[in-house]
Design a protein around this ligand. Structure first.
Ligand code: ASP
Length: 302
């Protein structure tokens, strides 16, 4: 059994405000990411490579809040975070505050594989990237007119709360390979209008990303502050590992706990037995799943 589950963020527009054409574009983007990740699994590749391949496709797609098309900080720049984790070894790599790396997930992987550290920040991370032969791109590359207008609306006060904005477009993937190992990867531009070097949950191991063969692999999207406070991804894996409860119950437990604090968002998760959860407490979550058992779905709303 092998499988991949992905998300493209939990901050969807209300169903009534999206056209079938817009929805079709998102479906196509999600399918392209599933294609890339599933192809790795089909040829016997690792869950780590599959999760990374899917996330690279979503980073390159300007529809999603990661890589090109990332949301903008209050100063109008893209500042990117990502992390990746191997459930077999619990090795992890994370990067935050990047401004010039086309595919942050590729750099997170390099941190994991080729540095003695787990998390690198900003200019240091970009210096490490240069040493790894990862060429910088201009910050312009990431900025799209839609993200610029979202920032203007936020600064003009025409958006009530951060939650009302289409801000949660973070991307992520979890996979189980034919060798029985799980992995997780997450990449994001964070939240529109963020300041002061704000770091969300996505690059924080245990919050937005976690993987352990003893529990499960998780990638999250939503209001990152709540995911950090609830150590959400790790909590799901720990419940599976220690309480021996089904994955779906563990994800429901932690999302309920987070909602009680006022947070919203969702997760994709997979365990070594091939149980898959795609759960959220927001109106929708861009998501998809494909498995050797025959599942093949993409969806936005409930
Ligand atoms: N979780 C991300 C963050 O807070 C945002 C998102 O999921 O879109 O940085």
């Amino acid at each position: 059994m092998f499988a991949i589950a992905i998300h493209g963020g939990a901050g969807t527009l209300p169903r009534s405000e999206t056209t079938p054409e817009q929805q079709a574009l998102y479906h196509a983007g999600l399918n392209a990411a599933l294609d890339a990740g599933y192809a790795v699994l089909e040829r016997g590749g690792t869950s780590l490579d599959a999760a990374q391949a899917a996330v690279v496709v979503l980073e390159d797609d300007p529809l999603f809040n990661a890589g090109r098309g990332a949301v903008l900080t209050r100063d109008g720049v893209a500042e990117l975070d990502a992390s990746i984790m191997d459930g077999r070894t619990q090795a992890a790599g994370a990067v935050t505050g990047l401004r010039h790396i086309r595919n942050p997930i590729v750099l997170a992987r390099a941190v994991m594989d080729r540095s003695p550290h787990v998390m690198l920040v900003g200019s240091g991370a970009e210096e490490f990237a240069r040493g790894q032969g990862i060429e910088p791109v201009s910050n312009e590359y990431f900025r799209t007119p839609i993200r610029q207008s979202q920032l203007h609306r936020l600064l003009a006060g025409s958006v009530e709360k951060q939650n009302d904005l289409v801000a949660f477009g973070t991307v992520g993937a979890v996979a189980l390979d034919a060798h029985g190992n799980v992995a997780a990867a997450t990449s994001t531009g964070g939240m529109t209008g963020k300041r002061w070097g704000r770091v969300g949950d996505s690059p924080i191991v245990g919050a937005g990303t976690y993987a352990s063969n003893a529990g499960c692999a998780v990638s999250a999207t939503g209001h990152g502050e709540y995911f950090i406070r609830t150590v959400l991804a790790h909590d799901i894996s720990a419940q599976v590992e220690y309480l021996k409860i089904p994955l779906a119950q563990a994800t429901a437990n932690v999302l309920a706990k987070m909602k009680a604090l006022g947070g919203n968002g969702g997760v994709v998760a997979i365990d070594p037995q091939g149980e898959i959860a795609l759960d959220f407490n927001s109106e929708g979550m861009f998501r998809g799943v494909r498995s050797s058992a025959g599942r093949n779905e993409v969806a936005i709303y409930r």
